[in-house]
Design a binder for this molecule. Sequence first.
Ligand SMILES: Nc1nc2c(c(=O)[nH]1)N[C@H]1C(S)=C(S)[C@@H](COP(=O)(O)OP(=O)(O)OC[C@H]3O[C@@H](n4cnc5c(N)ncnc54)[C@H](O)[C@@H]3O)O[C@H]1N2
Ligand code: MOO
Length: 296
Amino acid sequence: MGKENVYVLSLEPGDVHEDEAGMRLGAAVAGPGVMACMPKESRVNLFADRDGFLKINIQALESINELPDVILSTLPNNTVVNKGDLLAGTKVIPLVVNEMTIARAENICRQACWILEVAPFRSYKAGVIITGNEVYEKRIRDDFGFVIAEKVESYGSSVMRVEYVPDNAGTIAEKIKKMVRDGAGIIFATGGMSVDPDDVTPNAIRMSGAVVEKYGAPALPGAMLMLAYLDDVPVLGIPACGMFFKITVVDLLLPRLLAGERITRKEIVALAHGGLCRMCPQCSYPNCTFGKGTCF
Ligand SMILES: Nc1nc2c(c(=O)[nH]1)N[C@H]1C(S)=C(S)[C@@H](COP(=O)(O)OP(=O)(O)OC[C@H]3O[C@@H](n4cnc5c(N)ncnc54)[C@H](O)[C@@H]3O)O[C@H]1N2
Ligand code: MOO
């Protein structure tokens, strides 16, 4: 209603209608765990076909968007998603596009293997080492263990064992080694990450033989975090803020680790852009800017 004219489209050779173009783009960009819907005015939405962790090939995404007449717009890389979540939308700008443009987009996708993937979480057995004389001697109750367990379990992994250890680097190091021998796929050592003489956890992690990827993460809260690897097993030193704050750097790294990604020093450095939590009175994470600036 309100329109005065009806137009009839006649396609020239080499033209692709917007809906067909949208469908071809949707099919091309969808990787494992991603499904494309039918086009509406050329827009094809892409949804998660399983729970998991959204990976975007950002270079290929940009190459697609460099092409004339097509766009592909996504959620940020590394977003935790549930089956059925909207991940991305693609469409063409004019009513018809050149076949060559769509073929080039398809070629970019073929070379990249995929633009969007929902990586499934793996099922790890986590070892948790709660450090601190005050907890070990039961002068205060442990409030850290269940925080870690809750986060780990929310991604489908489980806590294999919780050990309470005094502030002794040698003892903590031995517990780390023993947990790896016993099959832990990821280890958390909590507390003792700061600057007091009894903050021995970073040293303990080194003493275990784990190779430190980074001590000090450019994310707040979470600056005193350490990530190390003992063989292939990630060992995280988690500062006390990991217990006091609902969301910290742990929430940025944990889903990636539990999806089986090896996180490098460079990727931790890249957390800096967007790594500042706004500390909103009502936390809306992950629907906020925390952790959204990184390009990895
Ligand atoms: N002079 C400085 N002080 C602090 C710095 C700094 O750079 N210079 N950094 C601050 C930041 S940032 C953080 S985060 C915390 C890191 O603290 P730690 O990881 O060393 O934590 P602790 O000293 O071991 O404990 C702090 C506090 O929390 C209680 N705690 C620890 N573990 C448990 C547990 N399992 N259950 C219950 N309560 C626990 C502990 O008793 C202490 O009261 O350092 C800042 N300080
Ligand atoms: O490691 Mo503290 O992280 O910045 O609150």
